[in-house]
Design a protein around this ligand. Sequence first.
Ligand code: GDP
Ligand code: GDP
Length: 455
Amino acid sequence: AAEEGFDLEEVAGDLAAAGHGPLPVLAVVGRPNVGKSTLVNRIIGRREAVVEDKPGVTRDRVNYEANWNGRRFTIVDTGGWEQDVLGIDASVAAQAEFAIQAADAVVFVVDSTVGATDTDEAVVRLLRKSGKPVVLAANKVDGQSGEADAAALWNLGLGEPHAVSSLHGRGTGDLLDAIMAALPEAPAMTFGAGIGGPRRIALIGRPNVGKSSLLNRVAGEHRVVVDKVAGTTRDPVDELIELGGITWKFIDTAGIRRRVHLQEGADYYASLRTAAALTKAEVAVVLIDTTESISVQDTRIITMAVEAGRAVVIAYNKWDQIDEERRYYLEREIEQDLVQVQWAPRVNVSALTGRHMEKLVPAIEAAIAGWETRIPTGRLNAFLGELVAGHPHPIRGGKQPRILFGTQAGTRPPRFVLFASGFLEAGYRRFVERRLREEFGFVGTPIQVSVRVRE
Ligand code: GDP
Ligand code: GDP
């Protein structure tokens, strides 16, 4: 994709990786030559300024670990990403977009000796839209006389312009204090309750599929620790259960154990419970009652889990009850109704007899592994290059949109951003997603593919 000017996949990869490291990520964005790299060098305490003047030279590293008053963070220098056939405006916008996406906070650098340009204004709009914390650095204020130029940048509407001289160090301490105030302690997380601690499993499925039986089977055979109590002490919400040598947290077990059989609105409450459990969970084990036909309600619950971006395992329960004929029809139903979740590991279990319960944990582990998969940017782009060469997008109206490059913007679940030269049809997108799965697996996880069009 070098001829498109997007020859900096590494930049994108590092940005993407930076977004999910253990440290919060600060991105430095701005037009070329405003002094981003000089500022980064200043912040990371590097004496000699590694400033690259030559267009076309990719810096080998763009992420650095920095430390201010004992607080560590990752700093992303987007300064290397400028040379671009798209023109300055488009490339600055693209750079900002990427950086903003990956960052927990952004330093927007403006050259105060030049003032705010249209390109700067365009970046401001992107920053606003992102809702990420922004610190405005009015750079090249080398002396007192430059303060007025810095103050003029209040007009950008990003709050106080912090007057600095990246070159000489003037004002950079105050700037760093402002950055620290804006930067969250920990990197942003893709879902509610946080990474770490025991894996969180939600058992979901329509009423009577056997959730409560499965939970009792699991809990009955293993050590149960009540994690939280809601309302009454006898009403555990989440339970810690040790399985296969690992402690798992089963989410909202109270909702499963409490056998409320509401006549009216039962479905509604069941789906509320499902939604709430999914919010807290990492993995959804969806139970299907194999003695009955797969219903719209079953597929709706699976869709909820997929749309919530959770790892998914499907447990076909009551296997003890079904005969050969039913099994035949069940397979047909699965082919028909669950084709969109073919990737989900499947276990055929009986909560009643305990059949194949030992297969549950490996299935959950496989789904989590898929959910957390990260594809290195180089490998992803090698794959995309081959895919585009072998199966180009159909020509539409004399034009042929192309995928220029891609990056994995996140995990849990894997999320991809593809940059393309034109609008990609839904069919082609699905094809790309299918090929991604064939190539990289992604067992047990939804994957998200979004496309940015560069024209
Ligand atoms: P980038 O393209 O945004 O990364 O900008 P650089 O860091 O490469 O800086 C561009 C030019 O501006 C270089 O010649 C720097 O020495 C100069 N520069 C950077 N910061 C300052 C500053 O605070 N004061 C002055 N006078 N020049 C600066
Ligand atoms: P929940 O509403 O999803 O929690 O479902 P329950 O666990 O209450 O189960 C509903 C009914 O199905 C109960 O009568 C269970 O005894 C029965 N059941 C659950 N799992 C199995 C199973 O694996 N085999 C058979 N034969 N019955 C089961």
